[in-house]
Write a protein that binds this ligand. Structure first.
Ligand SMILES: *[C@@H]1O[C@H](CO)[C@@H](O)[C@H](O)[C@H]1NC(C)=O
Ligand SMILES: *[C@@H]1O[C@H](CO)[C@@H](O)[C@H](O)[C@H]1NC(C)=O
Ligand SMILES: *[C@@H]1O[C@H](CO)[C@@H](O)[C@H](O)[C@H]1NC(C)=O
Ligand SMILES: *[C@@H]1O[C@H](CO)[C@@H](O)[C@H](O)[C@H]1NC(C)=O
Length: 536
C-alpha cells in the first residue's frame, strides 16, 4: 500500500517535473436514434446513446482525447464552441479545417485546455446536423489551488437551452438547399426535454450554479426562475462582476453561469425560457424542485421582457471581475487590452438576398460556399485555387451579393477592432473560433468613429460569441495571437448554412511549432489532398 502510494507520488512528481498536463479519454459513438422531445418521434443524433450528448467534465490544462466513431451514414464532425485550441486549428472540427469523418470511420480529437476555465458546449458542425442533436456541455473547472470568486456551490447543473423543430434535420436542410427560408421553430427544449421534462433538485437554503448555453438554431432566449434571482458569475470562461438579474438573455451560441439560492418557501418553481425578438413567442418551462417539496408547480410561469433596450442595457452591465484570480487573456503580454494600439479595423455587415431565385446570406456582400478541400489542408499542401485569399473586404460594400470561398488574410499579432454592423431587422449573433473578443461597445443605429470615445477599455468581457441587435452595431477587440484558419460565422444556423460565414487566416511564414502546432499524425485527408502523405 505504502509502496504504491510512494510510486504514485513519484509518478506525479515526474509528471509535474516534465510539465505534462493530465489526460482524460473519451470514446464516443455517434448514431441516429429515435427521440421524442416535443411529443413526436423523430430522428436524433445520439452520442453513446444519449441526447443531448454526455457532459465533458474537465479542469484547466487538461488534455482531452476524444475518439469520435461516426456510425451515421453521413460524414460528420464535432466542433467546440468557445473552447480555444490555441495555435491548433487542426482540432477545430469545422469544414474549413478538418476533413469530415467518413461513415464507419473515427477521428480522435486532442484538445488542450491550456489556461482555460468556464462553460462551453460542443455541437455537430456539418450539414444541418445541429437540428438533430449531437451537442452537449463542456465544463472546465479551475485547478484545486486556484481560488474561485464565490463559495463552492452545493451543486452545478448543465442547462442547455435551444429552440427546436419537429421536422427532420434532412428535410430542413433540403428546404434550405431549395433556397427557402426556415419556418419558425416548433418549441424550445431544456436539456433535450420538452415542457416540464427537465427538473433540477435543490436543498433549501443552499446555493447552486447553473451553466446555461444557447445551443439552438434560430432564437435568442430569455431565462428566468419564478421567485428567484440569478447572480451572474461567469461568461464563456471569464469570472464576471456578480450582478443580480431576475432574467437574462442568452443569444445563439453563448454560454454563461449564474448562482441561485434556494431561499424561498419550500415548493416547486418554474424555470421559464422563451424566445426573444420574434413575432411568435415560444415559452418552455422546467422545474426547480426543492428536495422536501410536495407541491408541484402551478399557475402561470413568470413573463419575460419584451423590449430590445432591456437586453442592450443588460448586456452593457456585464463586466469582468478584474480582481478575481484565474486564467485571463493576456494579449501581447499585456493584461490591459485597452492600452494596445489597434492595427486594423474590420467592419462586417450581414445581409440577406435572393440570388438566382434562392435565399442566400452574406457578410460584406460575400456568401460563402464550402470548398471541396479543407482550407487549412489546402494551405498546408500549397494547393492553389481552393479558396480566394482576400476575397472579402474589410468594410461593407454596396456590391451585389456574390458567392465565393472567401478567406480573409491577417498578420499574426495584429490587434484588430472588429465592428459588426447589423442593418437588418433581425438579431444577429457572431462567433469567432479560436479566440475571445473583448466586447468594447454596442449600440443602436449606425457605428461611427466617434463611438470609439465611449468604448469600455477597462473591464469588457472577452467572449467567443457576440450579439448584434437589430439595426445596431457591436464592436470588439481581438488580439490575433493564435495562428490558424478560423471560422467566423453567424450562429443563426440557416444563415451560416446559406453563406453567412468566412474564414480568417492568421498567418506566419515561420515554421516554428511555437507559432503553430504541426498537423496531427492522425489528420484525415480528403478532396484534392486525398491520398497525400501527411508530414511531407
Ligand atoms: C481510430 O480509433 C483507433 C482506436 O480505436 C485509434 O487507434 C485511431 O488512431 C483512431 N483514428 C483516428 C484517425 O484518430
Ligand atoms: C471579484 O473577485 C474578488 C476576488 O475573488 C471577490 O472577492 C469579489 O467578491 C468579486 N467581486 C464581484 C463584484 O464579483
Ligand atoms: C455612437 O455614436 C452616435 C452618433 O455619433 C451617438 O448618437 C451614440 O450615442 C453613440 N453611442 C455610443 C454607445 O457611444
Ligand atoms: C519554412 O519552410 C519552407 C519550406 O520548407 C521554407 O520555404 C521557408 O523558408 C521556411 N520559413 C522560414 C521562416 O524559415
Amino acid at each position: 500500500m505504502l509502496v504504491s502510494k510512494l510510486a504514485l507520488c513519484l509518478f506525479l512528481l515526474f509528471k509535474f517535473a516534465i510539465g505534462e498536463d493530465p489526460y482524460r479519454f473519451f470514446d464516443w459513438t455517434i448514431t441516429y436514434g429515435d427521440i421524442n422531445p416535443l411529443g413526436i418521434k423523430q430522428q436524433g443524433i445520439l452520442i453513446n446513446g444519449q441526447f443531448p450528448g454526455p457532459d465533458i467534465y474537465s479542469q484547466t490544462n487538461d488534455n482531452l482525447i476524444i475518439n469520435v466513431h461516426n456510425n451515421l451514414p453521413d460524414p460528420f464532425l464535432i466542433s467546440w464552441n468557445g473552447v480555444q485550441q490555441r495555435k491548433d486549428s487542426w482540432q477545430d472540427g469545422v469544414h474549413g479545417t478538418n476533413c469530415p469523418i467518413p461513415p464507419g470511420k473515427n477521428f480522435t480529437y486532442h484538445l488542450h485546455l491550456k489556461d482555460q476555465i468556464g462553460s462551453f458546449f460542443y455541437f455537430p458542425s456539418l450539414a444541418f446536423h445541429k437540428a438533430a442533436g449531437g451537442f452537449g456541455a463542456i465544463r472546465i473547472l479551475s485547478r484545486p489551488m486556484i481560488p474561485v470568486p464565490f463559495p463552492d456551490p452545493a451543486g452545478d447543473f448543465t442547462v442547455l437551452i435551444g429552440d427546436w423543430y419537429k421536422t427532420d434535420h434532412k428535410k430542413l436542410q433540403a428546404r434550405l438547399d431549395r433556397g427557402r427560408r426556415l419556418p419558425p421553430p416548433d418549441g424550445v427544449l431544456i436539456n433535450g426535454r420538452g415542457p416540464n421534462g427537465a427538473s433540477f433538485t435543490v436543498d433549501e437554503g443552499k446555493t447552486y450554479r447553473l451553466r446555461i448555453s444557447n445551443v439552438g438554431l434560430e432564437s435568442s432566449l430569455n431565462i428566468r426562475i419564478e421567485g428567484h434571482l440569478m447572480t451572474l458569475v461567469e461568461i464563456e470562461g471569464t469570472h464576471t462582476m456578480k450582478n443580480i438579474y431576475d432574467s437574462i438573455d442568452v443569444h445563439l451560441g453563448q454560454s454563461l453561469s449564474v448562482l441561485i439560492t434556494a431561499n424561498q418557501p419550500v415548493k416547486d418553481y418554474y424555470i421559464a425560457v422563451s424566445t426573444r425578438f420574434k413575432r411568435q413567442l415560444l415559452t418552455i418551462t422546467a422545474v426547480l424542485h426543492y428536495s422536501s417539496s410536495k407541491q408541484p408547480v402551478s399557475g402561470t410561469p413568470p413573463d419575460g421582457p419584451t423590449n430590445i433596450d432591456y437586453s442592450l442595457i443588460q448586456a452593457r452591465t456585464f463586466m469582468t471581475n478584474l480582481t478575481a484570480s484565474g486564467p485571463r487573456p493576456n494579449p501581447q503580454g499585456s493584461y490591459h487590452y485597452g492600452s494596445i494600439p489597434v492595427t486594423r479595423t474590420i467592419r462586417l455587415a450581414n445581409s440577406a438576398e435572393i440570388v438566382n431565385g434562392k435565399k442566400r446570406y452574406a457578410v460584406n456582400s460575400v456568401s460563402f460556399i464550402d470548398p471541396d478541400t479543407p482550407l487549412k489542408l489546402a494551405d498546408y499542401f500549397k494547393i492553389n485555387g481552393v479558396f480566394n485569399l482576400g476575397g472579402i473586404t474589410d468594410y461593407p460594400t454596396d456590391a451585389a451579393m456574390h458567392m465565393d470561398t472567401a478567406v480573409m488574410d491577417s498578420d499574426y499579432h495584429a490587434f484588430v477592432e472588429l465592428v459588426f454592423e447589423n442593418r437588418e431587422y433581425w438579431l444577429q449573433s457572431w462567433h469567432l473560433d479560436g479566440y475571445s473578443m473583448f466586447v468594447v461597445g454596442m449600440d443602436r443605429g449606425q457605428w461611427s468613429t466617434d463611438n470609439r470615445t465611449r468604448y469600455n477599455l477597462l473591464d469588457a468581457v472577452p467572449r467567443c460569441t457576440v450579439q448584434v441587435y437589430p439595426q445596431s452595431w457591436t464592436a470588439v477587440y481581438v488580439a490575433l495571437d493564435s495562428v490558424g484558419m478560423w471560422n467566423l460565422r453567424s450562429e443563426t444556423w440557416a444563415r451560416r448554412y446559406l453563406g453567412q460565414q468566412f474564414y480568417l487566416r492568421v498567418y506566419t511564414d515561420s515554421n516554428s511549432t511555437r507559432d503553430e502546432l504541426p498537423m496531427p499524425e492522425n489528420a484525415l485527408l480528403c478532396g484534392r489532398v486525398a491520398g497525400k502523405l501527411a508530414h511531407t
